[in-house]
Design a protein around this ligand. Structure first.
Ligand code: FES
Length: 245
């Protein structure tokens, strides 16, 4: 691609640092020359290196694995490292931080705090009633390969928070657990080693802040970067709650 053929992209990015007294949110424009295979993540690094070192955004892996780089890209929650600039033919791209989460600054939000609250709320560990009598020398319990596969599928969640940012209920009700929590609980509900009763699961998600608050708009399913089966798991949990087992 010759230099004349290269597009100049315009990025409009929300700039706001709540740590700076008196700072107010504003949109700032940056121009970047597109390169082949360019992602929004590459653009952000270029802006930080060549235009403004104070730009805040999160990343770790650059490969869609750590879930850190979620943001609103032209109105949709996406991972910056998995979003190619050439999917935007007009070359104008707006970047906003994910809603629902506490803003750290610019495009950086605190997803860790919400994910930790979620883990504590669903008690994200195997509940074995005989836990006090654990024998560490015992051979690991056998699990059917199909069940292990099913659990593995649900554990692919990277806790990026896009499902919460895409969720209309979560936007209206802060206490709504949301798809990431349902996915986590479903993982334990199908695990035969977890001995929680139907009532115990019901006590966690059997109300409007739990699985019955979902309006079934399924933004979670549409925007999950790992294509996790949110719709199926929400239906599974609802049925489990209704049947009480
Ligand atoms: S940087 Fe890890 S998912 Fe994008």
């Amino acid at each position: 691609m010759s230099n004349e053929e290269k597009r100049t992209l315009t990025f409009e990015i929300l700039r706001y640092n709540p740590q700076i007294k008196g700072d107010t949110p504003k949109m700032k424009k940056y121009e970047v020359v597109e390169a082949p295979g360019m992602t929004v993540f590459i653009v952000l690094n270029e802006i930080r290196e060549e235009h403004d070192p104070s730009l805040q955004f999160d990343f770790v892996c650059r490969a869609g694995i750590c879930g850190s780089c979620g943001m609103i890209i032209n109105g949709e929650p996406k991972l910056a490292c998995r979003t190619l600039t050439d999917t935007y033919p007009k070359g104008i791209i707006t970047l906003l931080p994910l809603p629902v989460f506490e803003l750290i600054g610019d495009l950086s939000v605190n997803t860790g705090k919400v994910m930790r609250q979620m883990s504590e709320r669903v008690e994200s560990w195997i509940h074995d009633k005989d836990a006090e009598n654990v024998d560490l020398t015992r051979i690991e319990e056998r699990m059917e390969p199909e069940v292990a596969e099913e659990i593995y599928e649900l554990e692919r969640c990277v806790e990026c928070g896009l499902c919460l940012a895409a969720c209309a209920t979560k936007r209206m009700r802060d206490d709504f657990l949301g798809a990431v929590g349902f996915m986590r609980l479903a993982r334990y509900a199908i695990d035969p080693r977890d001995k929680r009763s139907g009532k115990e699961f019901y006590d966690i998600i059997g109300d409007d802040d739990g699985v019955f608050g979902c309006m079934t708009l399924l933004g979670c399913e549409d925007y999950c970067p790992k294509d996790l089966p949110h719709q199926t798991q929400i239906a599974y949990l609802r049925r489990k709650m209704a049947l009480g087992k």
